[in-house]
Ligand binder design. Sequence first.
Ligand SMILES: NC(=O)c1ccc[n+]([C@@H]2O[C@H](COP(=O)([O-])OP(=O)(O)OC[C@H]3O[C@@H](n4cnc5c(N)ncnc54)[C@H](O)[C@@H]3O)[C@@H](O)[C@H]2O)c1
Length: 414
Amino acid sequence: MFSENGRKVKIAVVGLGGRGRGWVETFLKMKDADVIGICDIREDRIQETLKIYQELGVTCDVMTTTDYNELYQNPEIEAVVNATSWQVHHRVTIAALEAGKHVGLEVGGANSVQECWDMVRAAERSGKFCMPMANVCYGREEMTLINMTRKGMFGQVVHCEGGYGHDRRPQIGWGDELGHYRQLNFTKRNGELYPMHAIGYISKILGINRGNRMLSLISVSSKAAGQHEWYLEHRPDTPFANQQINQGDIVNTVIRLANGETVMLTHDCTLPRPYSRSGRVQGTKGLWMEDKGQYYLEGAKAFEGEERACWHDFEEAMSEYEPKMWKEFRASGKSGTHGGMDYLVGRAFVDTLQKNAIPPVDVYDAALWTAITCLSEDSVSTGGFVAVPDFTNGRWMDRGEDVCTTAFSLDREV
Ligand SMILES: NC(=O)c1ccc[n+]([C@@H]2O[C@H](COP(=O)([O-])OP(=O)(O)OC[C@H]3O[C@@H](n4cnc5c(N)ncnc54)[C@H](O)[C@@H]3O)[C@@H](O)[C@H]2O)c1
């Protein structure tokens, strides 16, 4: 699974910030992948990326350009990994699909429901896949959970929660100097800006787009105080200190599903806090809570003869229910950023290309998961539930053969 001895795939990376450069390095280190094209609107980012080739001693011919359309005309490139800023994610993806390239789309949210439909149509017309690079789906904890829920250990799952709790105030606050898109997005928008880390694995647990679907959602935003205070403290003499910030510090989004479950996402990036995705999976026989690092199964008692219910460390569950993929990954001696999940999702992408297979997550997931952002903005502004489109056009009820069956599948026992 991790021998890296398949057909050598030829990839391009668009958007060469921290994440895009990470992808270049990850793929260049794989024996069966080449990064033969790189693109960023900033020439300095291209130059920084070329240093990675030198550092790794890679001598392959690499096309460099500031225009992604030019890159897409290169017939040698079979797939594009899109790590651009959120505003251009979908248009960079749609152009690649229309040019006949498969796409790996970095996590982020959409600007409009229309661009999500355009992305779906472009993939359907071209026959090329668009796979969200949803790395958290391949986390050890998350994959163990997917396994445990599939074995029915939590009973019928009724409710899931997750989020993005990451103190991003410095990155937002220095965004003009860093050239980082978060600053503008947090100033102008107000909604669930970063849904994918949580909704990815939750979708797998609840079968979303594969037997289940999202019906509607409602988002409620708190006031925006954290970033403003940060500006007052760190950049008091700049216009930022007096600027209105739209993004609420905490945005909670509740999603209703066709099979009756609820999902709550929490976006939390402008208050002081340690990092957490704050997951919770709860069913008729037990629950898991990420921030506790623990889980509970009905009947587990603190002491023999006592009635007090008892938590168990999730570490124990991981050693018992860790999926085969993770056992093999650890045994392979390979490593990857974000605790290994970046390598695994990168491998899933390469494997899908090599086998010309159905990707583990697809364009319908990409459209739905990213649409949460613009739908939540609508909900925050109107104060009510908004309907969630069915990007599969009814196929969610029975995907038939249209499901990934490779070793990287997230839809069958692994
Ligand atoms: N999966 C994860 O764990 C993870 C972690 C960090 C970032 N990300 C995602 O990766 C993406 C990039 O994040 P980042 O932190 O590297 O941001 P960044 O701002 O550092 O990099 C984005 C790059 O895209 C370039 N760009 C913008 N428009 C472009 C265009 N039209 N053509 C070519 N290049 C263009 C910018 O110049 C910039 O260099 C985002 O979608 C982010 O959400 C994912």
